[in-house]
Design a binder for this molecule. Structure first.
Ligand code: OSB
Ligand code: MG
Length: 377
């Protein structure tokens, strides 16, 4: 599959159409790394989903850029790899830094798809031609404003809504949305903002027919989630706590969660995402694909992943215009009339990158070519 001739790494910046507040902070602009791999006449892409600061997990775009330049790009340019799995194995010695590794691993899946003429969905074993999606709604300064925002998303056609919550902003927003939309699929995400001492508040959320409550407790605390799950009827879904297939297996074994959110960046890429998916399917644990407010490039990978059969809950993959005035892809993702996104069928990620638009969003870029990295022996 490789060698490849070059890897380009660029930092892009796209303002969001609206601010996105979570329990850990406010995002107003997407900053991402986009990598471009060239092999003969094929161009493959990858997107690093780390945020600008280490608030969701320990990585940042700057830390990921360092790992890419220092380790991943030289490794790729110096050696031959038959598959994304082979690259994953060769870089197994890099502890953590999953989002950095995933950037390259996923670009290699795009490359493999484009080399074999298969779509990512086909390569991964996807069965669906459309995926059910929802929208993740940030914390709002007022409940009235929140209701307005949710209403406009419902009018856009979203069938599932996720509300971000934090201590002091949980029962009231959920009650307000439930009152206005008694039947909508509704879930919440705390991004680790609570502790077991908040049990009485969290217990009240059992009254609102929520699909799930996502990562209420510590990012590194699976055990307390198990204690909490025993006392809640709403299923707990883990996000931040799951970095590997082993994490998923152990969390399920101790009943710390009844649902898992798979974000390919968080778990080192698509290979591991598929392993977690397969394990969950076997154990009848529903999964869905989480999002990191990606550009259209990252979104294309998520849509392909969500086409696997175990993704039975709507994913956090919204239409391009929910995030950006203009995306960096040639055909933006649009919501269908029944609240789904279509899975691209073309080879690899199956979408074109709008080169002019990409250039316009670029802050810095650098090219690494294989002749700078002769094979070591
Ligand atoms: O916890 O799911 C999360 C965005 C940034 C960091 C963490 C999360 C999120 C989202 C966004 O909820 C979902 C999306 O991309 O639409
Ligand atoms: Mg989450």
């Amino acid at each position: 599959m490789t060698p490849v001739q070059s890897v380009e790494i660029r930092k892009v910046r796209l303002p969001y159409v609206s601010r996105f507040e979570t329990s850990f902070g406010v995002e107003t602009v997407k900053e991402a790394l986009i990598i471009t791999i060239k092999r003969d006449d094929i161009t493959a892409y990858g997107e690093c989903v780390a945020l600008a600061g280490p608030w969701y997990n320990e990585e940042t775009i700057t830390s990921a850029e360092y790992i890419l330049r220092q380790y991943l790009i030289p490794e790729l340019l110096r050696k031959k790899f038959d598959s994304p799995a082979a690259f994953l194995e060769a870089t197994d010695g890099i502890r953590g830094n999953n989002m950095a590794v995933a950037t390259m691993e996923m670009a290699l899946w795009d490359l493999m798809g484009k080399m074999t003429g298969k779509s990512l969905s086909q390569l991964l074993g996807g069965r669906k031609s459309e995926v059910e999606v929802g929208v993740s709604v940030g914390i709002h300064p007022s409940i009235g404003g929140l209701v307005e925002t949710v209403t406009s998303y419902v009018h856009d056609g979203y069938k599932r809504v996720k509300l971000k919550i934090k201590p002091g902003y949980e029962v009231e927003p959920v009650r307000a949305i439930r009152e206005k939309y008694p039947e909508i699929l509704l879930q919440v995400d705390a991004n680790s903002a609570f502790s077991l001492a908040d049990f009485p508040t969290l217990k009240q959320l059992d009254n609102f027919k929520l699909l799930l409550i996502e990562q209420p407790l510590g990012h590194d605390d699976v055990l307390d989630h198990a204690k909490l799950q025993k006392r809640l009827s709403t299923p707990i879904c883990l996000d931040e706590s799951i970095h590997t297939p082993q994490d998923a297996r152990k969390a399920i074994e101790i009943d710390a969660c009844r649902v898992i959110n798979i974000k390919p960046g968080r778990v080192r890429g698509l290979q591991r995402s598929k392993e977690i998916h397969d394990h969950c399917l076997e154990r009848k644990i529903p999964v869905w694909c989480g999002g990191m407010l990606e550009t259209g490039i990252g979104r294309a990978f998520n849509v392909a992943l969500a086409s696997l059969p175990g993704f039975v809950l709507p994913s956090d993959i919204s239409a391009s215009k929910r995030y950006f005035k203009q995306d960096i892809i040639t055909k933006e993702f649009e919501l269908t009339s029944h609240g789904t996104l279509e899975v691209p069928r073309e080879p690899g990620i199956g979408i074109g990158v709008d080169k002019e638009r990409l250039e316009a969003c670029t802050i810095t870029k650098e090219l690494f070519s294989s002749n700078q990295f002769p094979p070591k022996e």
